[in-house]
Design a protein around this ligand. Structure first.
Ligand code: ZN
Length: 154
């Protein structure tokens, strides 16, 4: 049986190209319903991100290339949370220079990066509530002075 998740892992997250839509938790379910039919359930990370609208098309196109006619179901409840980001993807985020959200953090009170993704210093300051995209905030490390993005928990 073809591993649909392996195929879907080829699609990068629209905002963070180093991680794919499976690792970030957008793909909730990938079911093969017959020899050449697949049913994919996705939960958008941010409904406000215009890039999310292309994911469905990308999934259909890629699965078609792999011999599947795919049906994509968008499930908005329960809402996507940063807790769904796989551990390997958090490490990739950090290497990419984005402070990953803390797993299980209090999303209202602890919505700050724990460490600078470059030097690990906990001495950081917020520069802007919004970084390169709405989903991130801009920070600067007070020790190595590097600016970095923080992937906000939500
Ligand atoms: Zn630093």
């Amino acid at each position: 049986m073809t591993n649909l998740l392996n195929i879907l892992s080829q699609i990068p997250d629209p905002e963070i190209p180093v991680i794919n839509i499976v690792e970030i938790g957008i793909v909730r379910k990938a079911e093969q319903i017959s020899e050449n039919e697949a049913k994919i359930t996705i939960t958008p990370t941010y409904s406000a991100c215009p890039a999310m609208f292309n994911i469905e098309e990308d999934i259909i196109k890629l699965l078609k290339e792999n011999g599947f006619s795919a049906k994509v179901i968008t499930q908005i409840s329960p809402a996507w949370t940063t807790d769904w980001i796989a551990d390997e993807a958090r490490e990739k985020l950090r290497k990419y220079g984005i402070a990953p959200p803390e797993k299980g953090a209090d999303k209202n009170h602890l919505n700050i990066p724990k460490k600078c993704p470059r030097c690990g210093s906990e001495n950081t300051k917020q520069i802007s509530r919004f970084g390169s995209t709405l989903c991130k905030a801009s920070y600067q490390c007070n020790d190595c002075l590097e600016p970095f993005d923080y992937f906000k928990c939500h």
